[in-house]
Design a protein around this ligand. Structure first.
Ligand SMILES: [Zn+2]
Length: 276
């Protein structure tokens, strides 16, 4: 992980260092005996049950069976073996989460479920499936408020008022987060697309969204040479994009006000996926 810009928001790299990526450590401590452990799975199951409009099911496994059956009846798409395989993988993952993570960290989840969330940080990251910011930062439930989109973009205020802008305003004004991170990453498909606009010719929505990175592309191209290697251009653009999104972030009134009051700091990161 590389942290390359923080509060000052200058266009120079402030502090480079590499953090060892730590996998989330699972606390093996058993839940306290006086805690109603069953409420965890009951609450979890309830979400799916409500979505299905079905009766209360106590067991996640029972929920899964019911869900799979209804899924086939409704759409027929699950008869496809590939879809079945993916769904089974997801189910297995949920089961392992319940038994290996949720139950052994029952106190943390119980506290998260029974107290208002108070995340200390908002993280704006790429939607890339390899960028799991909670794992990267070893954050537990309730610690970080997260929004992810293609290219970890933050539209400047007034340009594309939508989901990202709403998340920022809510995180800063309602939740009172004390820090905002813009997290880019290596091998980002959005950065590749910015360098190769023809690749998004058939995706008008993606193409439109990537306009949020156009200024970063211009800066990155201005700083480099024509004979730069693709990897060098990618690296430079990834960093400049994070810096540009930090600049966009500061155009949001909630952010600008909180920074002015000394209540909020910001930083820019680049996650090197393959490094440790
Ligand atoms: Zn990406």
């Amino acid at each position: 992980m590389m942290l390359f810009a923080s509060d000052g928001m200058t266009n120079q790299q402030l502090d480079f260092f590499v953090l060892t990526i730590l996998r989330s450590k699972i606390d093996s401590q058993a839940p306290r005996p006086n805690r109603p452990v069953h409420s965890v799975s009951k609450g979890f199951t309830g979400v799916g049950v409500n979505a299905l409009g079905s009766e209360t099911l106590k067991s996640p496994v029972a929920f899964f069976a019911k869900e799979g059956q209804l899924g086939r009846e409704r759409s027929g798409s699950l008869s496809n073996m590939a879809d079945q395989s993916v769904l089974e993988k997801l189910k297995d993952g949920v089961r392992r989460f319940q038994t290996d993570v949720h139950s052994v960290n029952a106190d943390d989840y119980y506290r998260a479920a029974t107290t208002p969330q108070q995340p200390h940080t908002l993280i704006v990251a790429c939607a890339d499936s390899r960028v799991d910011v909670e794992t990267i930062t070893s954050s537990g439930p309730g610690e970080v408020f997260v929004t992810r989109n293609i290219g970890n973009m933050v539209p400047a205020y007034g340009e594309m008022l939508g989901g990202v802008s709403a998340v920022i305003e809510y995180a800063v004004s309602a939740l009172g987060v004390r820090h905002v991170v813009i997290c880019g990453h290596s091998d980002c498909g959005a950065m590749k697309a910015l360098l190769d606009p023809a690749s998004t010719a058939s995706m008008p929505t993606v193409r439109s969204w990537l306009r949020n990175g156009q200024a970063a592309l211009t800066v990155a191209c201005s700083m480099g040479d024509d004979d730069d290697r693709h990897s060098e251009r990618m690296h430079r653009l990834t960093e400049e994009n994070v810096l540009m999104q930090l600049a966009h972030l500061k155009t949001h009134p909630s952010v600008a006000g909180a920074i002015a009051r000394g209540e909020l700091t910001v930083s820019g990161w680049v996650y090197e996926i393959g490094d440790v």
